[in-house]
Design a protein around this ligand. Structure first.
Ligand code: NAP
Length: 517
């Protein structure tokens, strides 16, 4: 069993007992233990602000980008070892583990390129220089983004220990803010190993990177208005952390990426077995089973014209039949277990809640055939439910079952009805619309855009090219309004803004250009 440490104040430090244990969710064996008890949390913040911040801010964007590139390379060089850790502690299949780890290195290298393109500046200009009064030719105003002087605290969910840690790190470090990163305890081993690689490679300036492997103690009580908190996890925890006194009194910025009842809409023009329809079946199967459905972007609600529901349920069922569930190291297994015993309990309770308003049309929450499991492990079967057009399916729009679960909702094929159903999610990370009907798309897209951080449209011309519904891309926004937390991460250069303050600078145009770029 491995004992994990914390990297704080530029050294590895063991927490005090009691330790929390981490398990292999396929075997229920304890694989590691961790603690952050006894750390000097106020001192960790001070170290980031006084040592890490100045070090990073002395560098240009291009130099910070080079750090990200070096991090990406160092991590990629140990990919095989990291994949093993993800499979052991996360219950990931090898393909799931790649999705997380390669997502991390890809995002780092994407932001490295953004840094290179921004060159030798230290501030970001926002828009052009503006004339304030035509009679005063030299006196102008221009907006700039400057890195905040505090620390960026990152708190992540259990399902993406690699990507979650390093997509946030990429934006903060490139913006010029030091980070204090905390993975969810249950799957923290992978984030710990990746942090070790980055620290051992001596890439970052002192104080720029600190890693807390378990609870954050009273850290959040010490935040000030120049610090930020980026949180990913459940809506309940997000709401709790927003309200912590330190944030309110110090006005620290908080970004929340939370639960989301993401949707897929099948348009009225889609016919069984056409290219768009096949893409629908592929996407539903992937989103229900990749990482055992434990993805914040997974499809939870599927809106289908009433006449196509039976066919789609049958075809998705056939596709799910081909997904073998079991211990991730068994050859041919395509879906591993849920991550913890608590997640398995939540899945069963969640399906029961949905089943009060919807019919289970595929799978069972109490029966799973898990290859190689030998009676152990937190395995769950894919479950598809169906709601008929005239049912008020409240829980389907309110309750996220964080596992291989989705619900088909019949609708009348109109854009108005589809839009109203999407909106019942109260704000989502992503909705996909599969249709080639321009009138339908033209009416539905503006409606859906108001309720989602990202909208994927798939028509017959891109059916074989489109990225999957759940794939977050570093160049595009990740986050969603309302229920999804109201957050905004990534989106290329936009992702830096959370870590910077926008200021309007007025004065002598030539002097401002010379001093600030
Ligand atoms: P969670 O229970 O809310 O935990 C999230 C993180 O918050 C963990 O690191 C947890 O640490 C920490 N935490 C919990 N209570 C805290 C407190 N009082 N003070 C400080 N930190 C605290 O969520 P989860 O079960 O890990 O993640 C599942 C949820 O995350 C799902 O609902 C999913 O939709 C959502 N999610 C959203 C996104 C997105 O980008 N929008 C991405 C992934 C997941 P411990 O583990 O140490 O308790």
């Amino acid at each position: 069993m491995v004992r994990l440490k914390n990297y704080v104040l530029d050294r590895w430090q063991e927490g005090q007992a009691p330790f929390r244990t981490l398990v292999d969710p396929a075997t229920e064996q304890v694989v590691a233990e961790t603690s952050s008890n006894g750390l000097d949390f106020a001192g960790i913040l001070t170290h980031a602000r006084t040592v890490g911040g100045p070090g990073l801010r002395s560098l240009t964007f291009a130099e910070r980008g080079a750090l990200l590139k070096a991090m990406s390379r160092a991590l990629h060089a140990q990919r095989d070892r990291l994949l093993d850790v993800a499979m052991t502690n996360g219950g990931n299949t090898r393909s799931d583990a790649k999705f997380d780890i390669d997502g991390a290195t890809f995002t780092l290298s994407h932001y490295a390129r953004i840094g290179a393109a921004l060159g030798d500046q230290k501030l970001l200009a926002d828009g052009e220089s503006q004339v304030i009064n035509p009679a005063m030719a030299r006196f102008h105003g221009r907006h700039f983004w400057a890195p905040l002087r505090g620390a960026a605290v990152h708190i992540n969910a259990f399902n993406f220990p690699a990507w979650g840690t390093f997509e946030k790190a990429a934006c903060a470090l490139l913006a010029g803010m030091p980070i204090i990163t905390k993975p969810a305890t249950s799957t923290s081993w992978l984030a710990y190993e990746m942090s070790r690689i980055v620290v051992d490679a001596e890439i970052l300036p002192a104080g720029a990177f600190q890693f807390i492997g378990a609870g954050v103690g009273d850290l959040l009580d010490h935040l000030t208005g120049q610090d930020v908190l980026a949180f990913t996890g459940s809506a309940d925890t997000g709401a709790l952390l927003r309200g912590v006194a330190g944030h309110v009194s110090g006005s620290a910025r908080v970004n929340v990426e939370a639960d989301s009842l993401n949707a897929l809409v099948v348009g009225p023009d889609v016919e069984r077995r056409d290219a768009v329809y096949d893409a629908v079946v592929r996407n539903i199967t992937t989103e229900m089973t990749q990482k055992a459905g434990q993805k914040c972007t997974a499809i939870r609600r599927i809106m289908v014209p009433a006449g196509l529901v039976d066919a789609l349920v049958e075809d998705v069922g056939e596709s799910l039949d081909r997904i073998r569930v079991g211990v991730p190291t068994v050859k041919g297994v395509r879906m591993g277990p849920l991550t913890t015993a608590g997640q398995l309990r939540d899945y069963r309770e969640g399906v029961a809640k949905l089943a009060r308003v919807a019919r289970i049309v595929y799978g069972s929450p109490s029966e799973v055939c898990a290859e190689g499991a030998e009676g152990k492990g937190y395995f769950a079967a894919p479950v598809l439910l169906q709601v008929d057009a005239d049912t008020d399916a409240g829980p389907v729009h309110d309750h996220e079952v964080f596992g291989p679960v989705a619900t088909v909702l019949a609708y009348d094929g109109s854009a108005a009805a589809a839009g109203a159903l999407v909106a019942r999610g109260k704000g989502s990370l992503v909705t996909s619309v599969f249709s080639s009907d321009r009138d339908f798309l033209g009416e539905l897209l503006p409606e859906v855009a108001a309720w989602n951080g990202r909208v994927l449209t798939v028509d017959k011309k891109v059916a074989d090219q489109a990225t999957p519904h759940g794939m977050v891309l570093p160049g595009l926004l990740h986050g969603g309004p309302g229920r999804a937390g109201g957050g905004a991460e990534l989106g290329g250069e936009r992702g830096l803004h959370f870590y910077m303050n926008r200021t309007a600078v007025q004065g002598n145009r030539a002097l401002i250009a010379k001093l600030l770029g």
